[in-house]
Design a protein around this ligand. Structure first.
Ligand code: TYD
Ligand code: MG
Length: 454
């Protein structure tokens, strides 16, 4: 009988009938491996034929209390974790090289140790003395954190078994090496095998394991995506190289809300938490200028104000440029199309640059109206009042849709000294009202009222 060969990509899961070096599905290299065929022997050999154990079924209502958490005592970190670190959990912290992951985790290790956890920090990238130097620079050298520089996972697990820590930090998963897997450290199969070992270890020994991971240029965690599925929590540490602040973002969290962010500022003495992100994001705002708009956004559970900047200039021929930093390029194309077809404001023959100031990355559609305002303001060379905050989602038909937490956005704007706002229509029972709140139903009305009859 001909053997049915099947190959699949360990990154994206695409299935192929023959092996190749590059996956056609996701473009990754060296990720395609042969799948072992499922046994087609007599029924007694299949899973269904052989008797297994009978599982004990339980009710949905749990007898157990909430999982106990240990807080770091750093509000920005604890919020992202969903209130603190949970026992028997595996976390992945991803970020670009040099963004500050090792610094963040050494500081976190010291905090958790101070709050009573037994912490072990394993560095596969730096020598013990390098980590000690960092600890001294951060003023943490007296913290009761145990340290080792090692990449051999077998030795690491043996040590952890002997030491009984409650929190282990592995910096980074790409440097770890399991001797039962025949490939180089950092390869997909090594990363996957090591992450699997560590995750299983965390569950079995009832401890928390934090793995650091580098991010590829495309923004994926290097190594297979399956690692993201394996762990309970995935955090990204992000920020722009030239800026002093960093954002810790939960993209997956089995023990708390996803999309929550923590904001930190880089200082000579390490990362400091930022209590009022809005004030920080707006601190670089200069004089009111055409193309500059303040967007009242929500990040996780918290309102965050930031500046959106647009520049519109004649394209010197050829295809006009569309360049976006901190927002979605497809969404920008949509807003440009809506402005052109619903309001007759054309951007053909014009270069368009859009930037979210300070290196923040916005994913909310609620930014649509602020982006539209910035684009028109730049194109018409018309400055918007500097005390005005904007938010609202734009639909393809040109309507302005209500967004979540409108009152929270307004309250944060008011707190930061913004006395007026342009927004979708508030619900009837809204507790806020007043002439300074200019509620809009569609983009044509918005253009007419804010930028004058055209
Ligand atoms: P590091 O933590 O080593 O980054 P990663 O582990 O992500 O590669 O930090 C990179 C550099 O930035 C390092 O030289 C220390 C410096 N740094 C500061 O001086 N202050 C800070 O608050 C942070 C986060 C980093
Ligand atoms: Mg590092």
């Amino acid at each position: 009988m001909a053997k049915d060969l099947s190959f699949s990509c360990s990154d994206c899961g695409a299935v192929f009938s023959k092996w190749s070096g590059r996956c056609d599905g996701c473009g990754a290299w060296n990720t395609i491996t042969e799948d072992k065929p499922i046994s087609t022997g007599p029924a007694s050999k299949t899973l269904g034929g052989k008797k297994g154990h009978v599982l004990e079924l339980t009710d949905l209502a749990s007898q157990e209390p909430e999982p106990p958490r240990t807080a770091a005592g750093v509000a920005e970190l604890d919020r992202v974790l969903g209130g603190g670190l949970v026992k028997a959990s595996a976390l992945l912290v991803g970020g670009d090289p040099g963004i500050g992951k090792s610094t963040l985790l050494l500081q976190a290790a010291a905090r958790f140790a101070r709050n009573g956890l037994k912490v072990i920090y394993i560095s596969g990238e730096e020598s013990a003395s390098q980590v000690q130097m960092r600890a001294r620079r951060l003023g943490l050298e007296q913290s009761p954190v145990k340290l080792a520089s090692e990449t051999n996972l077998r030795d690491i697990l043996t040590t952890l078994d002997a030491e009984h820590p409650e929190l282990v930090i592995i910096d980074s998963i790409q440097t770890m090496w399991a001797d039962n897997v025949e490939s180089a450290p950092g390869s997909v199969s090594q990363v996957r095998a090591c992450a699997h070992e560590l995750t299983t270890f965390a569950k079995k020994r009832d401890i928390a394991v934090i793995m650091v991971s580098h991010v590829t240029k495309e923004g994926n965690l290097a190594g297979p995506r399956v690692v993201e599925h394996m762990v309970d929590t995935v955090l990204y540490f992000e920020g722009e190289r030239g800026h002093q602040f960093r954002i810790l973002r939960a993209v997956k969290n089995r023990f708390g809300p996803a999309d929550e962010i923590g904001v930190f500022e880089m200082t000579g003495k390490g990362l400091a938490e930022v209590k009022s992100p809005s004030a920080l994001f707006l601190s670089e705002r200069g004089k009111p200028a055409p193309g500059s708009v303040v967007f009242a956004g929500i990040e996780g559970t918290r309102p965050v104000l930031c500046e959106i900047q647009a520049l519109v200039a004649p394209a010197p021929g050829g295809t006009p440029r569309r360049s976006v930093v901190g927002w979605d390029g497809g969404r920008l194309a949509m807003i440009l199309a809506v402005l052109e077809s619903r309001c007759g404001i054309a951007f053909a023959g014009l270069d368009v640059y859009l930037n979210v100031a300070g290196g923040l990355r916005i994913t909310e559609p609620a930014a649509d109206l602020a982006v539209a305002a910035a684009l028109i303001s730049a194109r018409e060379d018309a400055t918007l009042p500097s005390d005005c905050a904007i938010f609202g989602e734009i639909s393809l038909s040109g309507g302005i849709r209500p967004v979540s937490q409108m009152e929270n956005r307004l309250k944060e704007a008011q707190k930061l000294g913004f006395s007026s706002a342009i927004l979708p229509v508030l619900p009837k029972r809204s507790s806020v009202s007043g002439d300074a709140l200019r509620q809009m139903t569609d983009v044509a009305q918005f253009v007419e009222e804010i930028f004058g009859a055209r």
